[in-house]
Structures are given as C-alpha cells and as structure tokens.
Design a protein around this ligand. Structure first.
Ligand code: HEM
Length: 400
C-alpha cells in the first residue's frame, strides 16, 4: 500500500475518513514526506505532554521541511525565536514572560469591545442580506480583537492584516511552495518593521495593552530581548486570529451539516458556551503539530530513534473512537470532564490564548444567532483553505 501523504489536497476538504483508515492501519505510520504520523489520542497526548522525549528542535524540523538552505530564509530567523517552537528552559523563560501579559482582567475588559466589533461587522453585512462569513467576519473579527489587545490601531489592520494571514502556512510544519515562501518572507519583514516602530513608541509612552505589557514584562530581572519581543508579537498577531478564524468558519459549516444542532443553538444562544469545545473537537482548526524525537522511544512495537520527526494529528486524536463515543457525530451532550479534546494542545505548550479563543467563539455566535436568527449557509459557495494542518474555510457565504 502507498504511504499516506499529508500533502494530499483532498485532505483539506475532509481529512477524517483518511485518518480513520490510518488509525486502523498503523499505530505509527511512516508518511510519504518522511515524518512519522500519530493518529491515536493517547499517543498524540503523550507526544504533547512529554517535552523531554518530544521536542520542537526548530532547526532540525525546518531542515526536514525545507532542506539545509532553510536557515537563509528571512522567516526562519523570526520564527526560531517564537515561544511555540522553543524547548526546555528557553521555553519556560519565554512562557513566564508571555503568560504575564495574558491576564484574566484583560479578557474581561475585552468582552465588550469584542461584542461591539462583532455587531459592527454583522451590521455591515446586513445591508446586503448576508456576507462572506470568512472575509467579512471570521478573519477581521479576531484580527481586530487581538489587534486591540496588542494596541494596534484599527486603521492599521488594512495595511498589515493581510501580511499576518500570509504567514498562516509558515505555522504549518508541511513543505511550502516557492511562491508561498516568498510571500511569507516578505510578510514577516513588513510585520517586523511595523512592530519595531510600535515597540519604540511603547517604550517612550507605555499604554495599557498586551504589547506594552510584553515590552515591559519582567520576571526575576529577566526581560524579552528586542528580537524576541518582535518575533512573539508577530506570533500573537498571527496565531491570535488564524486559528480562531479557521475555527469559527469550521463551526458554522459543521452546524450547517447538522441542522438539528444548528436550530437548537439558534433557538438557545445561552447554550453556545457549552457547545464550543464539542464544535472544536468535531472539526479542529489546528489539525496537527510536529516534534523531533530526542531519545529512543516506542509506541507499541513501533520504535523511533533520535532525529525522527513525528507529526501528531490532533484532528485524528479528537475523533479517536476508543476515547469519544460515536466520534463522527456532533453531540453537545458529551461530557469532557474525564477526557478533554486535544484542540488546544497539552503539556508545557498548551495554548495561551485558549480562553480568549473560547470567548471569541461565544461572542461571534451569540451576536450572529441573536441578531440574525434566520442565518443559513450557502453550501455551493463554500471553499476550504489549502493548508491541511491550519484547517478552515476560505469562503463561506451566509444569508439571512
Ligand atoms: C480556536 C483557536 C485556537 C486553537 C485551536 C489553538 C491551538 C493551539 C495549539 C494546538 C497549540 C499548541 C501547539 C503545540 O504544542 O505545538 C497552541 C499554542 C499557542 N497558541 Fe493557540 N490556538 C487557538 C487560539 C489562539 C489565540 C487566540 C492565541 C493568542 C492570542 C493563541 C496563541 C498561542 C500561542 C502563543 C501558543 C504557543 C504556546 C507555547 O508554546 O507555550 N492561540 N494553540
């Protein structure tokens, strides 16, 4: 049988039947791109939790992805300083500083602002009796929310927002085409220039936002270096909207395919908070993440050795039938108190933005279903993104 190819374009539309076959076929599968694939919940969870055996080792991972010359690419120098690809002590240090800037108070303060942004965006669409949910809501909404957290003036998103979106493929571990790579390299340079200027302003004149908090964050006398500051601000700007945009578009599409649940949430918007984790399990925006093996290890009788790259499919783990009953059904009655989906990762790298993301989902769908309860998806116009790991839709027309 042919090895599974994580770049197969059909995966971008619906990867779940392929994962189910893969899960039955091999505990660990050596794929067509050389990475070893994990699809079982317990195995992906172990990969995420054991930061000694499974590390990011950014240089090794990127060489596997793009060859030795990858280190000359402009994106490389920024991405290697980002919290989400750092390991061990270096990661602990960055995490303490970044987590300090994410306070529960900020989230509460942000709720009203998020509600206002959501209503404004839906009102703009209302004039036409509908909108493209992705370009007119799912992308601009979290971009403006994370932008406002970072203290980026609304007017600047038009200039830099599209560059943040162009970095989406870099967050994936999969190889990039020369065009995508060139666009990403340019985007990182534009964003770096923007944040360098903003950092100078915030140093001179501190404000009450996440970026100022990062500029001034200290832990035992330690601070972020200027390069780390810029790289991690770019990461927050990109990670803070791409996954949420992917997630809200997938959730709306899932509801469209499950009319009973759609009607239920439209009639009971108070149930939205309790439905979010199931919607994100059922169709997961961050489909997978990669690690490098640091010491001999095995999954069952499949042995892995130092230097091997593993790709843990979070999307497959979230549909593992040994963990979730009837995993291909969208079921808001599921109880996650004992076993939670791996949507936001696990272990030391667990998503710092997960509560912000959940709040954005709640605000986005509460506003949509209360302001436009007759909303429906126009299936014929739906198009999925080309990035199979950073999953989502790129077009999703809705009408009301
Ligand atoms: C539905 C939305 C989201 C999903 C599904 C998601 C998913 C994830 C996952 C799976 C990881 C761990 C990756 C790994 O271990 O390799 C992660 C880490 C991270 N996420 Fe999210 N995320 C979401 C929203 C956000 C938001 C809104 C922000 C920022 C405001 C954010 C910022 C981050 C950061 C900075 C990390 C790295 C943490 C670290 O390495 O210590 N994410 N996210």
């Amino acid at each position: 049988m042919e090895p599974f190819n994580p770049l197969d374009p059909t995966l971008a539309t619906n990867p779940y039947p392929a994962y189910a076959k893969l899960r039955e076929r091999d505990r660990v599968h050596l794929s067509a791109i050389g990475a070893h694939l994990l699809t079982h919940y317990e195995d992906v969870k172990r990969m995420l939790n054991d930061g000694t055996t499974f590390q990011h080792q950014y240089v090794a991972q990127q060489r596997q992805r793009g060859g030795e010359q990858v280190e000359d690419e402009p994106y490389f120098d920024f991405f290697r300083r980002m919290i989400f690809v750092s390991d061990g002590e270096h990661h602990r240090r960055l995490r303490k500083l970044v987590a300090k800037a994410f306070t529960p108070r900020q989230l509460t303060d942000l709720r009203h602002k998020a509600e206002r942004i959501a209503s404004e965006l839906y009102a703009a669409g209302a004039k036409n009796g509908g909108m493209d949910f992705v370009s007119e809501f799912a992308l601009p909404f979290p971009l403006r929310v994370i932008g406002s957290m970072l203290g980026i003036p609304d007017a600047d998103h038009a200039e830099i927002g599209e560059h943040a979106t162009a970095l989406n493929p870099v967050l994936e571990f999969l190889p990039m085409s020369p065009d995508v790579l060139a666009t990403a390299n340019h985007a990182v340079e534009v964003l770096a220039e923007y944040f360098v200027k903003l950092a100078e302003e915030r140093r001179r004149d501190p404000t009450d936002d996440l970026f100022s908090a990062l500029v001034h964050a200290t832990e035992d006398g330690d601070t972020l270096s200027n390069e780390e500051l810029i790289a991690n601000a770019i990461l927050l700007y990109v990670a803070g909207h791409e996954t949420t945009a992917g997630g809200t578009s997938l959730a709306l599409h899932s509801l469209h395919n499950n009319p009973e649940q759609f009607t239920y949430l439209k009639r009971n918007p108070g149930s939205i908070p309790g439905a979010i984790d199931e919607l994100l399990r059922y169709d997961t925006p961050g489909q997978g993440t990669a690690r490098v093996i640091m010491q001999d290890t095995s999954f069952g009788d499949h042995r892995l050795e130092p230097g091997n790259v593993v790709l843990g499919y979070i999307g497959a783990a979230n549909r593992d039938p040994s963990i979730f009953d009837a995993p291909d059904a969208l079921n808001f009655q599921r109880d996650f108190t004992r076993t939670r989906p791996l949507t936001f990762g696990g272990g030391a790298h667990m998503c710092v933005g997960r509560n912000l993301a959940r709040q954005e989902f709640e605000v986005a769908f509460t506003a949509l279903f209360t302001e436009h309860p007759s909303v429906r998806v126009v299936e014929a116009g739906c198009v999925f993104r080309d990035t199979p790991l950073m999953r989502g839709l790129k077009e999703l027309p809705i009408e009301w």
